[in-house]
Design a protein around this ligand. Structure first.
Ligand code: F6P
Length: 335
């Protein structure tokens, strides 16, 4: 063998990790991608960005990510890799195609940033044994088991809170009852946090039963104590008919003018808070280091400021509970 050929043959192959963002975007996803790229780069590991989530994996839409390529994205909301809710990855053909693409691209490991939907597919990929996968929780809903906080939750709560503070100005000035619908497809984490921080009189969440008659009576009682206005925070997942349907029913029973506002996708965008940037950076670095240490098939997270690794199948298979103390506190503090 010629000397240069021999040198090439003995040169160790540089490790290559793929990264994708899947499902609804969450503020801090970009900070997380940056942390993955920069920490990998410091360990001489190559990062390949997979565009549009699992769609890009199946269709081999990839870009190399060097440390300079992720400059200037830390403070930006959304995900510069783009995302998608991909139906094809739910099929066995989609999983097989993904494994083939990863192999043919020389990608050894995969980091998936997203929520429960992203981790269901990540579990299937990991179970095939063809690829080592690590998940990073990023969803404003904060409903992923295995971590106290998901990337994006803090920003979404603060965004909703700003809107509620404004709404309160009008509610007070015109003595009105406001129903404010916040996101949370099937859980009440955002509603509970926003309810406490925004001083809501009531929160309606999928985790607890809502009785319209009793709710109306409680509101009447509160108003009779001298409250000028009232605020009810409604989680999107509370009713398939939306907060307006509840507002209309309650509105017929209480003696105060009411309005209903749905904050919608406003809560998903915007620059991440410092808390989300820090969490995203920590989890991005942790994912790379865990992979380099041979860990896989897990999601990295944080519990009481301690780093955790949770089996991917538990992240969506087990239910994350709302903190009962927070719920109790909200009821104690509401007059
Ligand atoms: O990102 C989570 C979430 O915001 C849910 O609360 C909500 O139901 C859903 O995404 C809506 O997202 P999309 O409009 O992208 O389907």
């Amino acid at each position: 063998m010629k000397r240069e050929n021999k040198a090439m043959a003995t040169k160790t192959k540089m490790k290559k990790i793929g990264v994708l963002t899947s499902g609804g975007d969450a503020p801090g996803m970009n900070a997380c991608i940056r942390a993955i790229v920069r920490s990998a780069s410091s360990k001489r590991v190559e990062i390949v960005g997979i565009r549009r989530g699992y769609w890009g994996l199946i269709n081999k839409d990839m870009i190399p990510l060097g440390e300079m390529r992720v400059s200037g994205i830390l403070q930006r909301g959304g995900t510069f890799l783009d995302s998608e809710r991909c139906e094809d990855i739910k099929t066995s053909e989609g999983i097989e195609k993904s494994i083939d693409v990863l192999k043919s691209s020389g990608i050894d490991d995969l980091i998936v940033i997203g929520g429960d939907g992203a981790f269901r597919a990540a579990t299937k990929l990991a179970e095939t044994g063809g690829v080592k996968v690590i998940g990073i929780p990023a969803t404003i809903d904060n409903d992923v088991y295995g971590t106290d906080f998901s990337i994006g939750f803090d920003t979404a709560v603060n965004t909703a809170l700003q809107a509620i503070d404004r709404i309160r100005d009008s509610a007070e000035s015109l003595q009105m009852l406001f129903f404010v619908e916040v996101m949370g497809r099937s859980r009440g984490f955002i509603a509970l946090a926003v309810g406490i921080a925004g001083g809501a009189n009531e929160i309606l969440i999928p985790e607890t039963e809502t009785n319209i008659g009793a709710l109306s009576q409680r509101l009447e009682k509160r108003l009779s104590k001298g409250l000028k206005s009232a605020l009810v925070v409604v989680a999107e997942g509370e009713t398939p008919d939306g907060a307006r349907s509840i507002a209309e029913k309650v509105g017929k029973k209480v003696n105060i003018e009411y309005r209903c506002v749905s904050l919608g996708h406003v809560q998903r965008g915007g620059a991440p808070t410092a808390k989300d940037r820090i969490l995203a950076s920590e989890l991005g670095v942790a994912a790379v280091y865990e992979l380099l240490e041979g860990q896989h098939g897990v999601m990295v997270g944080e519990s009481g400021s301690t780093p955790t690794c949770t089996p991917l199948k538990d992240t969506w298979g087990k239910r994350k509970e709302l903190d009962p103390h927070l719920l109790e506190m909200l009821h104690t503090l509401a007059v």
